[in-house]
Design a protein around this ligand. Structure first.
Ligand SMILES: *Cc1c(COP(=O)(O)O)cnc(C)c1O
Length: 389
């Protein structure tokens, strides 16, 4: 495994322009199957599908360009690209557990990770314990003789809780456990979990990696030995690899990843500072805010933070909180994040109105994602809507 310059990874690595007319942008190899010249070639390939092309449910040349770039970005040996982040979550866990096993997970991981742990794995005799993984001791205390895997998400995409990646990796190694992290929030630009010893790194590539809100995709990075195991059974069986066109969109998105994140980080800092001072805002949660409870740990393992943060409004009237959201003119109300466009989701959208509890600050929480717009443009939109709070 080599360490490449970021510019080399994004502009050259994996690209073989001699093979396609010196085209700068790689071709979309839109084929389902690949032909062999001899039976012997076919026989060799059948013995090791992970080593070459047979059928695009397995490997595909456009996808392979992307795999090389993603593995290099995460500083892992290898990467697989899936047709969603949810598929990446599934493939980071299911291949590594069997009946009777136990998984330790952070509290409130991404919602579809919770479905996997709560509703699917128990059907196959695999139980999950959720722990407050901000404390290493909570993870240590949850380890049982049948524990196989520790599932992390750092920072969490709602409350930004962080885990000590170095500490968890050491603990896991001493008990022979596999560690998995959802690294979507930081992207490999701001956090490289493999440097701390985490085994498998997954992403919703729908978010920053693609960056334009025009495709759904997922990534799983790790040692070749682990990914080969995933590929040969669950990946090929579920058939949830990415399609060549979507892989091409991701290659295009990656070209501008560092530039987008730099810009988003700057704008986010400005907006966080303004909201912190705003009389109608009770608190702001952002991992690189010096007042964030785990700020020191965030600074140790993250070289930056992105456009996602949350704020709690002082207003206790749910109708006025709704009015604030409805009156935004430019910031869109939508799920997802990581694209060019700024977004909000109020927590109360997920709560039946009669259950809204004004005393519970989490009910007054609004998650915001800052996109590529100008800070002033976003601030004036927030300010005009805040008159309703
Ligand atoms: C969106 C998201 C996912 C799921 O990814 P999809 O591409 O939507 O399947 C997983 N983890 C986090 C943190 C996310 O935000």
């Amino acid at each position: 495994m080599e360490n490449y310059d970021l510019s080399f990874i994004l502009n050259e690595l994996g690209e073989c322009r001699d093979q396609y007319f010196q085209a700068v942008s790689p071709p979309i190899v839109q084929t389902s199957n690949f032909a062999f010249r001899t039976v012997e070639e076919m026989r060799i390939r059948f013995q090791d599908e992970y080593g070459g092309y047979i059928y695009s449910r397995g490997l595909n040349p456009t996808v392979d360009i992307l795999r090389k770039k993603l593995a290099a970005l995460e500083e892992t040996e290898d990467a697989l690209v899936l047709n969603s982040g949810a598929a990446a979550i599934f493939l980071s866990v299911v291949p590594f557990v069997q009946q009777g096993d136990h998984v330790i997970s952070v509290q409130q991981p991404y919602s579809w990770a919770q479905k996997l742990f709560n509703d699917i794995l128990p059907r196959f005799g695999v139980q999950t314990s959720y722990v407050d993984a901000r404390e290493l001791s909570q993870i240590r205390d949850a380890i049982q003789s049948n524990t196989r895997l520790i599932y992390l998400e750092s920072p969490n995409s709602w409350d930004f809780a962080i885990q000590d990646l170095e500490g968890v990796a050491k603990l896991a190694k001493s008990h022979n456990l596999l560690t998995v992290i959802d690294n979507s929030y930081c992207s490999p630009i701001f956090q490289k979990p493999s440097r701390w010893g985490i085994d498998l790194v997954l992403h919703s590539a729908t978010k920053y990696l693609s960056g334009h809100s025009d495709t759904v995709a997922g990534v799983l990075c790790g040692r070749t030995e682990l990914l080969r195991k995933v590929f040969n059974l669950e990946y090929l069986t579920a058939g949830n690899g990415i399609q060549p066109f979507n892989a091409w969109l991701l290659i295009r998105g990656l070209r501008t990843l560092p530039v987008r994140l730099e810009r988003i980080q700057k704008t986010t800092m400005i907006i966080v500072e303004c909201l912190k001072k705003h009389p109608k805002i009770e608190s702001v949660l952002f991992p690189l805010d010096p007042e964030f409870p785990q700020f020191e740990l965030a600074r140790k393992q993250m070289s930056g933070a992105c456009g996602l943060f949350s704020f709690v409004v002082k207003c206790r009237d749910p109708h006025r909180i709704e009015l604030f959201c409805n009156k935004l003119r430019h910031i869109l109300m939508a799920v997802s994040w990581g694209g060019h466009e700024s977004l909000i989701i109020p927590r109360l959208a997920g709560i039946p109105l009669e259950q809204f509890n004004p005393e519970d600050s989490s009910h007054r929480l609004i998650r915001m994602y800052v996109g590529l717009e100008d800070a002033d443009y976003l601030l004036s939109d927030l300010t005009q809507a805040m008159v309703h709070l």
